[in-house]
Design a binder for this molecule. Structure first.
Ligand code: BG6
Length: 513
């Protein structure tokens, strides 16, 4: 109903990107390169950076995996870029880019493989002028993270006299507090903290970064962003997809480990943190960790877990979790988790944060809703009965992280006619409409930042441990008391009834349930 005032044209957006810093020459070495992530996300992201003129001219990629691939690897990457990047097959820039993509087969625990890899990298240094600059990307199964880092150290590849050596480590970073600490210790034996980039691709999403711009670049929101005006906050990370053939991984993970400990906690920290002193890595990290540490230990009655049974998603019949490939037919793994959290600090005392995440829900929908308190007196309440819209609804700010990225504000407006009746209306900002570009896949920004050595949008040791410290007691309790009611929601629904009850007992509700 309300139009967005556009002050930035697509050309402005493009120009501002090109004006950003281009990293030093670099070889990106991806371990676990035969996996889906490389083809679907990483190579398309690198290619987009190339198209935007943001990659250095002296650049190369080396995919590392066990299988003996070579041309197949490059062809596979080509397909991935064409599909994932909306690129024409005969794009000359693509041909040139693929000429810089190499493959190296080795077992991750084979020292000889690292010797050969090192000599390949030195050859590529001479060919491409990359001068010892390396960005290692660990996209393997998590069991190999520590091994690879140690092998890199043992073969003199973790440091370089000539160029910067950095290492991106994929999630999951540990599977509980103890294992996360151990992994941190092991990795820190070889790499200094400023070489390590623990990736959470949610932090690369424009709409997630925009939470900070929305809060701290506008004068009108921050004064009301606290317990005096906000009634509660809801965060939903709903997916309609299932586990996508990742049975063995998901059986060990579950929704709490896979999405809540990282993506959801990152969203929460951006909503709840204090303004950092500056937009640099250390102050932002400090404010985020302060939020996580202020969250009270989570009571079991404030947790809900669920697992999907068969159902209908997007008009198609789908199987239940226990019938998925390589999943235990009696599995207790949760595919849904909801929590009620309390941040015990000056700003948030008494304001509940409800979060939920799940697979095979009714739709893909990641959203943060800030619900405000009602006005102190209801001047128009006598007209409520006559109004076709019923009760006056509280104001909400809804940040749509994906899809249909944008932000809406709900407020009451007078309906036309002689009496003072009102209906809720939405003031809407839509990313694609306002900027003429759709928001990029989070990996572009994060790969670029890692090449530039900027760790602002990456997780740090203290943050990873703080979020695991919150989740681990729940995981332990859940493991000690296996669920008796799984599956407890149908695929295509909004999750188990208990997730609705978690809010209903406080007189609140999820917007979609
Ligand atoms: C990943 C999880 O980290 O995030 C997946 O392992 C999940 O299970 C994915 O599907 C969600 O990411 P996005 O960007 O599609 O919301």
């Amino acid at each position: 109903m309300v139009t967005t005032e556009v002050t930035v044209s697509p050309e402005d957006v493009k120009a501002s990107r090109v004006a950003e810093r281009v990293p030093d020459p670099c070889i990106v070495v991806i371990f676990g390169a035969s996996g889906d992530l490389t083809k679907r996300k990483l190579l398309p992201a690198l290619y987009h950076l190339e198209q935007a003129g943001l990659l250095p001219a002296n650049f190369a990629v080396v995919g590392v995996a066990r299988r003996p691939l070579k041309d197949e690897f490059v062809n596979d990457m080509r397909d991935g870029i064409i599909k994932g990047g909306g690129v024409e097959a005969d794009d000359p820039m693509l041909r040139e880019f693929l000429g810089k993509v190499n493959y190296h087969a080795m077992n991750f625990d084979d020292p000889g493989g690292y010797v050969r890899l090192n000599s390949l990298l030195e050859t590529l240094d001479r060919k491409y002028g990359t001068n010892g600059h390396r960005l290692f990307y660990l996209a393997t199964a998590p069991d190999y993270f520590s091994e690879i880092v140690h092998q890199l150290g043992a073969h003199g590849m973790a440091k370089s006299e000539k160029g910067a050596v950095r290492c991106i480590i994929e999630k999951p970073f540990g599977h509980d507090l103890q294992s996360a600490r151990r992994l941190n210790d092991e990795v820190n034996e070889v790499l200094s903290e400023d070489q390590i980039f623990r990736i959470d691709h949610y932090l690369g999403k424009e709409t997630v970064q925009n939470i900070l711009v929305f809060r701290f670049a506008n004068g009108i929101f921050e004064p009301i962003w606290n317990r005096n005006y906000i009634d509660h906050v809801r965060i939903t990370a709903a997916e309609s997809i299932g586990i996508e053939g990742r049975g063995p991984f998901y059986e060990k993970a579950g929704a709490l480990r896979d999405v809540v400990q990282n993506h959801v906690m990152e969203l929460l920290s951006f909503v709840a943190m204090e303004p950092p002193g500056s937009f640099f890595s250390a102050p932002i990290r400090m404010e985020k960790v302060k939020v996580w540490k202020a969250i009270q230990p989570i009571k079991m009655e404030d947790t809900v877990r669920g697992q999907y049974g068969p159902g209908i998603v997007g008009g198609k019949q789908v199987v239940g979790y226990r019938q998925e490939d390589r999943v235990n037919p009696q599995s207790s793994t949760e595919t849904f988790a909801a929590l009620r959290l309390h941040i015990e600090n000056w700003r948030w005392a008494g304001v509940p944060f409800y979060v939920r995440a799940g697979k095979r829900l009714a739709e893909r929908f990641t959203d943060i809703t800030i619900q405000f308190k009602q006005p102190p007196t209801m001047l128009f309440k006598d007209n409520v009965e006559a109004s076709k819209c019923g009760e006056i609804q509280p104001n909400i700010i809804s940040m749509r992280i994906q899809p249909n990225e944008g932000i809406s504000l709900r407020f009451a407006a007078k309906t036309p006619g002689p009496s003072m009746q009102s209906c809720p209306v939405m003031m809407d900002f839509d990313y694609a409409a306002a900027f003429g570009v759709s928001s990029a896949n989070g990996y572009e920004r994060l790969l670029l930042d890692a090449m530039l050595g900027d760790s602002t949008l990456f997780s740090h040791r203290d943050g990873v441990e703080a979020t695991w410290a919150l989740m681990t007691p729940i995981l332990e309790e859940w493991a000690a008391h296996p669920p008796t009611d799984f599956p407890n929601y149908a695929a295509g629904s909004w999750g188990p009834a208990a997730a609705g009850a978690l809010l209903a007992r406080d007189g609140r509700q999820w917007r979609r349930q």
